[in-house]
Design a protein around this ligand. Structure first.
Ligand code: ADP
Ligand code: CIR
Length: 350
């Protein structure tokens, strides 16, 4: 049996699987796409491997390369519409809002509930494949080099240094992960999608001395730009990120597609690619078993304290906007801001 047939058989036989892949990869779509290839050689198997090997996936689908969104359109569009709650894949042009006049500041001025705030976006270099279709170390190294040339021109608050995973000690790596600054290599969903191949080649982190602006190179996406700090000052965190994006856009060309926005490896990140999160203390909502339903109604997503697929510690959760496509950057921020304020009210009311 071919690999794609084996993967399909596993998914077809999984009666309890609740992933979006399971929901939308019908027999007809499987037959339509099972022998299709992108021009970089990416296959349906590359896109569905993680979701078929991890039947507890929420989504289960990754784009083998930017062309996957066109070549396997019927499957991706169905998953995208469901995840981002949009009737059609029709993403607007970027709009970061009037950052001099946001109309909000610190969401928790008394510092009682919000431990820290983080906003990130993903970007892909135009002209390079995503992890399953990157076949050579040279390509990853070239991406790393191109990125560093751009990052090294940053000035003021955004200026920083690069720390390669190839030369970092295990202890340094562990500390950065524990402090929520660095990505890890133990997510089975990403591993099965090909995200850790040739680890740690071409991977690393750039950050300013205060670690309020960070860039991940060659993790799940080619690039992740991150702004974060202690407390609840969403406005300052967001402005710093927008400033960085504007600077880096002048130096690098990012992969984009009409109607899809910025292209990313995982379809949940398309569009704005923006995830704005707080680490928030909500022990009462959690104990009452109300957090998940409350978040779902507010288009928010709760995660554990060390990111996706991890657990909460001490009643602290990572709460962020769930939708990234079909709304502008400033709308995604506002959706998160309003939702977090509702969560804070609900926790205080218990
Ligand atoms: P992403 O897809 O946004 O990179 P992950 O869920 O993989 O998200 O989390 C990446 C890292 O970022 C984890 O270490 C996580 O704890 C950290 N993180 C996310 N949000 C916050 C926050 N508001 N404050 C501090 N750390 C955060
Ligand atoms: C999954 O399907 O569970 C993983 N591949 C991760 C999906 C991305 N997460 C999310 O919900 N934003």
């Amino acid at each position: 049996m071919s690999e794609v047939a084996e993967l399909w058989a596993k998914l077809e036989g999984a009666k309890d699987c609740k992933s979006l892949l399971k929901k939308y990869l019908t027999k007809e779509l499987y037959e339509k796409y099972k022998d299709t290839k992108t021009s970089l050689g990416g296959t349906l198997a590359d896109c569905i491997r993680s979701g078929c090997l991890n039947l507890d996936s929420g989504v289960g689908l990754y784009a083998c390369d930017p062309e996957a969104y066109t070549v396997f359109k019927d499957l991706f569009d169905a998953v995208i519409k469901d995840y981002h709650k949009v009737p059609a894949v029709n993403h607007p042009q970027p709009n970061f809002g009037d950052i001099k006049n946001l109309g909000f500041g610190d969401l928790d001025p008394d510092g009682k509930m919000i431990v820290s705030t983080r906003v990130r976006v993903g970007r892909s270099h135009n002209g390079f494949a995503f992890p399953p279709s990157i076949k050579s170390t040279e390509q990853r190294k070239q991406m790393e080099k191109d990125t560093l040339e751009a990052l090294n021109t940053l000035e003021g608050e955004l200026a920083g240094k690069y720390y390669s995973l190839e030369t970092m000690t295990k202890d340094e790596q562990k500390q950065l992960i524990e402090d929520h600054f660095l990505f890890k290599d133990d997510d089975r969903f990403l591993r099965d999608a090909g995200g850790y191949s040739f680890w740690p080649e071409g991977r690393g982190i750039f950050h300013n001395p205060s670690k309020t602006f960070l860039v991940w190179i060659n993790e799940e996406d080619h690039l992740r730009f991150i702004s974060m700090q202690q407390g609840g000052d969403l406005a300052t965190v967001y402005k710093r990120l927008v400033n960085a994006i504007k600077q880096l856009e002048k130096k690098l060309k990012f992969a984009k597609k009409d109607g899809y926005g910025y292209l990313t490896f995982c379809p949940t990140n398309l569009g704005t690619t923006l995830r704005a999160s707080v680490h928030i203390k909500v022990p009462k909502l959690a104990a009452a078993g109300q957090l998940n339903a409350l978040c779902a109604g507010l288009n928010l997503q709760p995660r554990g304290i060390h990111g996706e697929h991890t657990e909460s510690e001490g009643g602290i959760y990572d709460v962020s906007n769930k939708r990234r496509l079909g709304l502008t950057e400033i709308d995604a921020i506002q959706e998160m801001r309003k939702g977090v304020q509702e969560i804070m009210k609900a926790e205080l009311a218990l």
